[in-house]
Structure formats: structure tokens, C-alpha cells
Design a protein around this ligand. Structure first.
Ligand code: FPP
Length: 247
């Protein structure tokens, strides 16, 4: 039986977040340069987005470029931005056909103008779609996001718009770039690294974590479905006891 056939359609995670890791190492293992790994990673982005849509996941967030990634060699940063623009150009039609809505989280003002424009066009074109929400995390890091939210809230307090007592989890969440997006049910990280790496640290508080040794360029539909099957074996208690959980 394939992993896809083992999936319980009644218990599909609403939001899956992915740290797409291992492009560089995968390429190196084949005697190629890092950019070859990123190029091959684009096909995994396509396949995993399609797989998520097929089983009815509502939000898929992909960590495509972190704040720290700006420190990589200029040629690699340029190649990643180029791949992103091409991927969007080549995929808007498919996103329309598959009812996918594109969203972006992160400090998009740091992205090159061309990349920003292409993203904005694709976001408005797909804005009315009601199937999968494909969320790209670009120039994103959790610490940046949390500091940003803190500054916005402090400003509102300073201007007398809110009181310190009004600051609660809902207000804080509403000031993050993920406003309106439910917290991830499942986080997948590829390539055998066991870290969160500054990704969605507020939002992952109760997420199930899944790590696989497969590098991102080889992470296609079946490995994704395997992660979903594994997730469905977990019992999510949110701090309660097992007996308190309604089965
Ligand atoms: C991590 O591998 C991957 C990235 C930093 C970039 C991911 C980007 C893509 C898959 C391509 C473009 C994206 C989209 C959404 C079309 P790594 O370079 O850190 O690998 P390593 O840990 O082996 O060095």
C-alpha cells in the first residue's frame, strides 16, 4: 500500500510548514555546485505543493529564504532570487488551474524590486483562489518577526491606542506576518538536521515535528505523504492528559 493510500482523509493537517534543507549537500554529493541543488529543489516545491493540494491541506508554508541567507555568497543569493522569479512566472497558470492562492511572509522590502513585483502580481492574480494557500517565507526569520511585532505593539501603547493590559496572545499573533494563518499542525524538516533555525518559533508552539534524512531535491510526493501518515499516528494533547482528549 502506498503512503497516500494510508492517509486518513478525516484527519488531514490544516497547516503544514516545511524547512526545505539539504539542497547544497545533495548537489555536492553528486559532484555539482550548490545552485544545481536549488534548481532541483524547485521540482520538489512543485510536487509537494501539488501533493498538499491533492489531500486537502489548506496551508503549506515553505521556508524558501531566511534572513540569515542574505549572508550567502552573492552568486547564490542571485541564483535563488532568479529561481524564485522563474518559478512564479512558470507556475501562475498552474496555480490558477489548481485553485492555489499565493501568500508571502517575511521582510519583503529587502527583496530585489523585480522579485517583489513578480510576487505581488502573482499574489493579486491568485488572491481569490480558495484551495491550497501556498505561503512562501522569504527574507523571513522568527526573531525579526517577533521584534517587529513588539515594536508595532509598543508604538500602539505609546500612542494610547491600546493599554498594556490589552496585550494577549491574540493581539500578539495579529501583529505577526502570519496574521490570519492558523498555526502549523506539522513541521517537516528535510536532510537530517534537527533544528528549528529561527522559523515560526511563536507559531510552532504545539506543532508536531517530523524530521527525515531525505534531502529536499529528493523529497517528492510519497515522502510527503509518509510524513502525513506519521503525523496521523501522533496524539496531540496541547498540555492536557491523554484521558482528557476526545478520541
Ligand atoms: C536549503 O538548502 C534551501 C534553501 C536555502 C533554499 C530553498 C529554495 C528552493 C528550493 C528554490 C526556490 C524556491 C521556490 C519557492 C521556488 P541549503 O542550501 O541550506 O542546503 P545545505 O544545508 O545542504 O547547504
Amino acid at each position: 500500500m502506498t503512503f497516500k493510500e494510508q492517509i486518513d482523509k478525516e484527519r488531514i493537517p490544516r497547516h503544514v510548514a516545511v524547512i526545505m534543507d539539504g539542497n547544497g549537500r545533495w548537489a555536492k554529493s553528486k559532484g555539482e555546485d550548490r545552485i544545481f541543488g536549488h534548481q532541483n529543489g524547485v521540482d520538489s516545491v512543485d510536487q509537494v505543493s501539488e501533493a498538499a493540494g491533492e489531500i486537502g491541506v489548506k496551508y503549506l508554508t515553505l521556508y524558501a529564504f531566511s534572513t540569515e541567507n542574505w549572508n550567502r555568497p552573492e552568486a547564490e543569493v542571485d541564483a535563488l532570487m532568479g529561481l524564485l522569479v522563474d518559478a512564479i512566472k512558470n507556475n501562475v497558470r498552474k496555480m490558477m488551474k489548481n485553485n492555489v492562492r499565493l501568500l508571502v511572509i517575511g521582510d519583503i522590502n529587502r527583496l530585489p524590486q523585480m522579485t517583489r513585483e513578480k510576487l505581488q502580481d502573482a499574489m493579486s492574480e491568485t488572491g481569490q483562489n480558495t484551495g491550497l494557500n501556498l505561503v512562501l517565507a522569504l527574507s523571513y526569520s522568527s526573531r525579526w518577526e517577533i521584534l517587529n511585532a513588539t515594536k508595532k505593539i509598543a508604538q500602539s501603547v505609546k500612542e494610547g491606542k491600546i493599554q498594556i493590559e490589552d496585550i494577549d496572545e491574540t493581539l500578539f499573533s495579529d501583529n505577526l506576518t502570519t496574521v490570519g494563518i492558523p498555526d502549523p499542525d506539522l513541521l517537516i524538516r528535510t536532510s537530517g538536521e534537527l533544528r528549528i533555525s529561527n522559523f515560526l518559533m511563536w507559531q510552532l508552539s504545539y506543532s508536531e515535528l517530523y524530521f527525515t534524512d531525505i534531502c529536499w531535491p529528493e523529497f517528492k510526493k510519497e515522502p510527503f505523504f509518509e510524513a502525513i501518515v506519521d503525523y496521523q499516528k501522533r496524539e496531540r494533547r496541547f498540555g492536557k492528559t491523554s484521558e482528557q482528549i476526545v478520541k
